[in-house]
Every structure is written in C-alpha cells, then in structure tokens.
Design a protein. Structure first.
Length: 481
C-alpha cells in the first residue's frame, strides 16, 4: 500500500478507539490528522476503489465527532463497524495494490511511439465490411538518453477495465491501473547515431502488446528496439487512429467451432501410448490439421511479415524519426501464448528473422509442416508434462535445425510471462503461479536478453551453462540441439 493510504486508515482506526476516551482534545486532533492524511492522499496519490470502505469509515467517524451525545451502544457498534471497514480497505489495498513495476537496469531510458498501418494487399476477414483491409496498431519502444519527466500510465483510459471484462471479471477491479506509472515516456527523443537490434513482440490471444511492460522496458533499457503488434480484433482492445476496437467475440467463438472432441481425445490417447516416433508424428499431425486454428495463426504470421516490411520502410525513410535506427540485419521475434505459436511459424518462413522466442505458446498451426532454420528458445510454465499435453516437444524436435533451448520456470503459470502477476497477490484471480513477480521478471528478462544478445548481437555466451548455475534455481534448462 501507499504511505498516505496507510497513515489515513491507521488514523481513522485510532479515532474509533479514541471515541471511548473522555479526553475530547485527543479525539479532535486524531480526526484532524485523519482529515489531513485523507486530503493529501486524494491530492497526491489519488483515490482508488480499494479505499472506498475506508472513506465510508471516515464519514462515520466525522458523524460521531459532530454528534458526541450519541447512544453508547450505537457508538460502540458504529466504532466497531468503522474499524472493520478500515481493516477491510487495508486488506484490499494490500492484495490488490497500485502496481509498482521494477525499474529497468540498463543505461537507456525508454520512449514509445504508436503507428498505424493498413495492409492494402490483405482483406480483413474478421469483419463483414466490404473492401475492409487488414489494419494494425504498432507500438515502437526505443532507447533514449533523455530523462523521463512525464511517464506513461499503465493500461489507462479504460484499457484495464476492458481486459478485466474480456476475462469475465468485474470491470471496477482494474479501474485503479491508471494510477500506475511506467518507466516509459511517449515521444521521448530517440538516441542518435546508432542502429539497434530489433525484436518484434506478438501478444497472447485477447491480450495486448502493452501487457509485457516489465520485459519490454528492460530490453529497451539494454539497447533493443521492441516493436509490439496489437493484432486487430484478437487483442482485447485496440486503438486505431482514435477509434477503439474491441476483440471479436464471434471470431473467438468460430475458432473453436467444428472441433470433434471425441476424435481429438481418442487420437491424443493413441499418441500417448504410441512408442514409434514416426507414428506419433502422424497422430499429432492429424490432430493439428483437424483443429481450426490455421486461419488465425496464418493471419498473425502475415501481420508479423507486414510489420517487418514497415520497419524496413521506416528505416529507409529520411523523414521518419526511425531513419537508420533499426538494425534490419539483426531481427528477432518473441511471442507469448498464441503469439508464441505465431512467431515460430513466421520465423520458419521469413528469412529476415535471426532468432525466435516462444513464451509458453502451444505450437498449433502449420509450423509442423515447415523447417525452422534459426535458433529457438522455448520457455514453459511449470506443469506436469506427463499429464499435460503440448505439441511443442514433438514438433520442435522435428523441425528445428539450429540451436534449440527449452527452459521450464518452476512455480510459474501461463500468465506469469506477462505483467499479470503484479496485478494482485491473489494468484487465483489472474491464474498466475506462486513465483514472486519481481523474481519472475528477473528470470524472464535474463533469459530473453541472453538469447538475443547471443543470436542478434553475436556476444559470446554459453547460453545453457549460463542458466544452469545456482543463481537460477527456478530454471530447468535443456539444450535440445
């Protein structure tokens, strides 16, 4: 909790205790203190819903003060109720705090710009609008040497509430996110005279590129350009040239239509029992080609290639602030969940990519029919993989030709690879694992940076050995190839 919230609630509780004292001056000064802390809290920290019960308890305290002759029993019950409200507010404030992201450790500050692109060569298949073309919102985070004076707010202007709604949670639960300040400033001047390695980020299904703040800021502070794509209609909310576009529930529903679960389950059981590797691959291929995920993953892969085209165009445009800023010979891809599957699929077909990271994405789609000729890092959440089925182990063993690393993070869950673990201490709400948020960020950041440092910047790093030491006991690292 924030300091003024704590002092305000403690002073309110102290007032209710003082109600039973005969010394009226003590009550007066405690109430005055509570009033001062409340005003400072509202002016400096700003209100949030977790504190509402605390505000109600303050009003009850004021009523007791202006009506000192109130019945003793009522005063006792009211004081107990007021203290209970303050305690509940305190607990809510602790378990659902104002997020404080770790400060980036690199030499650079972080700037961001948002650009809008339209791919005239591709029709938009999700909408029913005639002649609609595929549109994308792209966030470019870049290093700067200038000091941050106006930090960006995190998922402000209703973004967080829409995400909560997309996950079936009450919208008010995320209404305080705009109180969180990131370590990023919009349109901060970009550093001069440097070409920087580029990493394109693809988010999880119905997530957003903005939900990987801790990872993005750390990478940029270390000298990377990070280009985050919001995949229109499959991100929970996309702002495109002032228009807010929500995810398409109809599209998500259609993605799971026509699945013969009886066939899938029976084939999966045969797959588990099969010993012959060739036969296992045939069974897996049957399942993957049955699942209706090709259209979406093809769309995302095409989005990525289109964005790479735009990066090259910006890099060659003397009128662009990004002129000659991208090192287009050193491009990496990174994706989470659905985006993880999309970046691997794209890396197998786009020769501009030099390395790819999949953050816990199941490799559905047509990657199974391709060959991956660039280094791959797969990061998995902590699961019992003897029971939990993922196609990754079998597909990547078959299609990879270069370095292939598999890192499993102990006590992590699927949603730990974004910012969600910072949202609340109640893991069940965000379906996160029990690993501490800052520790998860540190482990993820170090893995990602070391991989791209090695494969985009040609640094001499013994990658597998780097994370097999006692310094990272959470990581189970296997170099598969």
């Amino acid at each position: 909790m924030r300091i003024l919230e704590i002092t305000f609630l403690l002073s309110v509780i102290a007032f209710f205790i003082s109600v039973f004292l005969k010394n009226s001056s003590i009550k007066k000064w405690i109430l005055y203190s509570a009033t001062l802390f409340l005003v400072l809290h509202l002016l400096i920290e700003e209100s949030r819903w977790q504190m509402y019960l605390g505000y109600v308890s303050f009003v009850i305290g004021v009523l007791f003060y202006v009506r000192p002759r109130i019945n003793r029993w009522i005063r006792g019950i009211g004081s107990g109720f007021g203290m209970l409200l303050s305690i509940v507010a305190f607990v809510l404030g602790v378990v659902m705090p104002v997020i404080e992201f770790p400060k980036p450790t690199g030499d650079y500050t972080v700037g961001v710009d948002t650009l809008y692109f339209e791919d005239q060569s591709r029709p938009e298949l999700i909408t029913e609008v005639n002649d609609d073309k595929r549109k994308l919102t792209v966030h470019i985070w870049y290093p700067s040497s200038k000091k941050i004076t106006k930090p960006e707010r995190y998922l402000d202007d209703g973004y967080a509430e829409v995400f909560a709604q997309s996950k079936g949670m009450p919208t008010f639960m995320a209404s305080h996110f705009n109180l969180t300040k990131t370590h990023t400033q919009r349109l901060l001047p970009i550093i001069k005279n440097k070409r920087l390695p580029v990493v394109v980020l693809s988010h999880g299904l119905t997530w957003s590129a903005k939900m990987y703040t801790t990872l993005v800021e750390e990478m940029v502070s270390k000298g990377y350009m990070v280009v985050g794509i919001d995949h229109m209609y499959e991100s929970f909310l996309t702002e495109y040239e002032g228009e807010r576009i929500r995810w398409s529930e109809e599209n998500i529903r259609k993605m799971n239509e026509g699945i013969d679960f009886k066939f899938v389950n029976e084939t999966n059981e045969l797959f588990k029992q099969e010993k012959d590797t060739t036969r296992k691959y045939e069974l897996l291929s049957k399942v993957i080609h049955h699942l209706p995920y090709f259209e979406s993953l093809d769309r995302w892969s095409n989005d990525i290639s289109f964005v790479l085209d735009q990066i090259e165009r910006l890099n060659n445009n003397p009128d662009s602030v990004f002129f000659q800023k991208f090192d287009v010979d050193n491009i990496g891809l990174m994706g989470h969940s659905w985006g993880g599957a999309a970046v691997v699929q794209n890396a197998a077909v786009d020769s501009r990519v030099k390395g790819v990271i999949n953050l816990d994405g199941a490799q559905w789609g047509r990657a199974i029919d391709t060959t991956l000729k660039v280094p791959l890092l797969v990061m998995h959440a902590d699961r019992n993989y003897k029971e939990f089925f993922t196609p990754n182990f079998y597909i990547y063993d078959r299609i990879t030709r270069e370095d292939y690393y598999l890192a499993t993070i102990a006590s992590s869950a699927h949603t730990n690879f974004g910012d969600l673990s910072y949202w609340t201490k109640i893991n069940a709400l965000t379906e996160t694992g029990t690993i501490a948020p800052k520790r998860m960020s540190n482990v993820t950041n170090q893995l990602v940076l070391a991989f791209f440092d090695k494969h985009l910047q040609n640094k001499s790093i013994a990658f597998a050995k780097e994370f097999s030491s006692e310094q990272y006991p959470e990581i189970e690292m296997i170099k598969k190839k």
